[in-house]
Design a protein around this ligand. Structure first.
Ligand code: PXP
Length: 249
């Protein structure tokens, strides 16, 4: 994190594991990517252990916990299996995300409002174990209120709809989505929640989100790993960091 901006970058390394798993071998190694990301200025590493283990594996999480010097943001579905794994490792942060087996990526935010009671009980032991609990949600007041009520310290706002609208050239929707992110970041902050954001961010879309003063952390993966194919991981991360700092200053 650059002290002046107070905006952290969490680099998501899931898709290094996606490439590795395409051949079922040992490389490219997500742990090596994590170490390079640290050197390139990542403030944290994010990894999503999916129920179907399509990218990150249990052994990757063991390795990350052992070697990382920056915090691990452990993304997971709110299942009993994942809770057990998180309680064994006690990562710095646990980010609860919705998961559907058939989806290509995390499509929407978590429905906290509908599952408030269960989630309140679910996160209690994680918080007692010292994990910061973050909830990945849409920019929706109802979900933010529910996340606050269940005792989450952090919300991560889903930027996917904003990024999709940008990619489709739908400026009206993009601007409306950005306005929603702006309003809901401010609302969440007013409740005392720490605000993060992520999903689908690219060099073209990161700056308006990075400029939102309430946002303290961006979690970015797929685009950075894709750019790394062309320019290398270190420069790909450094460029994202530069754009974030520029937007913030
Ligand atoms: N934040 C959360 C909660 C996510 O689930 C993901 C995707 O795993 C990301 C951020 C990163 O999204 P992307 O890989 O599209 O940058």
């Amino acid at each position: 994190m650059t002290a002046e901006t107070g905006l952290r970058l969490g680099v998501n390394i899931d898709h290094v594991a996606t490439v590795r798993n395409a051949r079922g071998g040992a490389y490219p190694d997500p742990l090596r990517a994590a170490r390079i990301a640290e050197e390139a200025g990542a403030d944290g590493i994010t990894a999503h252990l999916r129920e179907d283990r399509r990218h990150i594996s249990d052994a990757d999480i063991d390795g990350l916990m052992a070697v990382l010097s920056v915090p691990l943001n452990f993304e997971m579905a709110a299942t009993a299996e994942m809770q057990k794994i998180a309680l064994r490792h006690k990562p710095h942060a646990v980010c609860l995300v919705p998961e559907k087996r058939e989806e290509r990526t995390t499509e929407g935010g978590l429905e906290v409002a509908r599952e408030e009671n269960r989630l309140a009980h679910y996160i209690a032991p994680l918080r007692e174990a010292g994990c910061r609990v973050s909830i990945f949600i849409a920019a929706d007041k109802r979900q933010i209120d529910a996340a606050h009520r269940i005792g989450a310290e952090v919300i991560e706002l889903h930027t996917g709809a904003y990024c999709d609208a940008h990619a489709e050239g739908d400026i009206t929707t993009r601007d409306r989505e950005l306005e929603g992110l702006r309003e809901m970041a401010s609302y969440a902050r007013s409740l005392g929640l720490e605000v993060h954001a992520g999903h689908g961010l690219t060099y073209d879309t990161v700056q308006p989100v990075a400029a939102l003063p309430e946002v303290r952390e961006l979690n970015i993966g797929h685009f950075i790993i894709g750019e790394a194919i062309f320019m290398g991981l270190q420069p790909a991360i450094a460029e994202m960091r530069r754009l974030m700092d520029e937007a913030r200053s």
